[in-house]
Design a protein around this ligand. Structure first.
Ligand code: ADP
Ligand code: MG
Length: 338
């Protein structure tokens, strides 16, 4: 007879890490999301060798009190929700309490944190085990450095691509986070080269220009719309600026970048017959809606969401884009300075 037994915590964390932490960009995503949830106004990301050598995220947020630092690395330990009602109206990016234990299970982690009230703490972890906990002289906020990713899960490590492929995934992740939070000043530095810097002045247009370049933003026009269920603001390209990939369609719902084919189709539908086959616009839409209409607990990486009012939102988006392009066509050519 096979014997049923509970798995040791470290092994359980490693299994969970398989779902949450796929590659270096997943680490960056989880660390930056934690920094955003901690009310940071500045988030600095430094990576080396496409994240394969190291990844560091520094924020100026809430920090963690000394007696809570170890708890942050326990699975299903979170400060963000308390009960089922909270789960159904999640407003933070995290809530599963899985990221830090997952990362610590498959890497070396060094966290320095201070809540600005108590003395700071440094916690060093490796392969799910605490290596050292020391007092640290650090200002309010948190710095986490992750090295040796997948050192103890060789299959995962072998699956990683070249540093340039991993870097492009990290860049894409940081771009999405920066577009989702123009009110936060982000920087991304790779091997001492600055790849992105945003001002944190809540100017979406500036963030888009920083990511997609100044030429693109000149061919993008503002989209705004609202009804009793949704509030929308963003930018979308004139039909003359298109790309061969849907990668330039960004939909952000309640501050969370969501990957949703249906919403992407809704954007494209707004263009009617204005796009050539296989060409897609460059679009960034930020949507605000009632969080109870949104189920974010669909997948461990939290990029897929389930929308209870999917059809209504799709129609709202299509209409907003179509209306914006139609209004644009009403402007006489002589007044058009583009
Ligand atoms: P979750 O984000 O789902 O709560 P995590 O494992 O990512 O789970 O983080 C666990 C907890 O650690 C968080 O709930 C938060 O209280 C704390 N934490 C993590 N990162 C930070 C940070 N950068 N600043 C302040 N607190 C943090
Ligand atoms: Mg988290």
């Amino acid at each position: 007879m096979p014997i049923i037994h509970e798995l040791p915590t470290i092994l359980a964390d490693q299994i969970a890490a398989g779902e949450v932490i796929e590659r270096p960009s997943s680490v960056v995503k989880e660390l930056v999301e934690n920094a955003i949830d901690a009310h940071s106004t500045r988030i600095d990301i430094t990576v080396h060798h496409g994240g394969l050598a190291s990844m560091q995220v520094t924020d100026n947020g809430d920090g963690i009190a000394p007696e809570q630092v170890r708890l942050a690395f326990q699975r299903f330990a979170t400060s963000k929700i308390r009960n089922q009602a909270d789960l159904f109206r999640v407003n933070s990016l995290g809530f599963r309490g899985e990221a830090l234990p997952s990362i610590a299970a498959v890497a070396t982690v060094d966290m320095k944190t201070s809540d600005g009230v108590h003395p700071g703490t440094e916690l060093q972890m490796k392969g799910g085990k605490v290596e050292a906990e020391l007092p640290a002289a650090t200002r309010r906020g948190t710095t986490i450095e992750v090295t040796d990713l997948f050192f103890n899960t060789p299959k995962r490590r072998d699956y990683l691509k070249t540093s340039s492929t991993e870097l492009s995934k990290i860049t894409e992740t940081v771009n999405h986070l920066a577009l989702s939070h123009p009110e936060i000043a982000f920087s991304l530095v790779h091997d001492d080269k600055e790849l992105l810097r945003t001002s944190g002045r809540a100017n979406l247009q500036q963030v888009i220009a920083g990511i997609y370049n100044n030429q693109s933003i000149k061919k993008m026009i503002p989209v705004t719309a609202h009804n009793e269920d949704f509030e929308l603001e963003g930018y979308t390209s004139l039909p003359e600026l298109t790309r061969a990939s849907r990668k330039y369609l960004s939909v952000i719902v309640n501050g969370r970048f969501v990957q949703d084919a249906e919403l992407n189709r809704a954007i494209i539908a707004g263009y009617g017959s204005k796009l050539m086959v296989g060409r897609y616009p460059v679009t960034v839409l930020r949507i605000t809606m009632d969080p109870t209409q949104l189920d974010v607990n669909v997948h461990p990486t939290k990029q897929a969401v389930r929308l209870l009012n999917q059809t209504e939102l799709s129609q709202f988006i299509t209409h907003a884009i179509a209306q914006t392009l139609a209004d644009r066509n009403l402007i006489p050519a002589a007044l058009d300075n583009h």
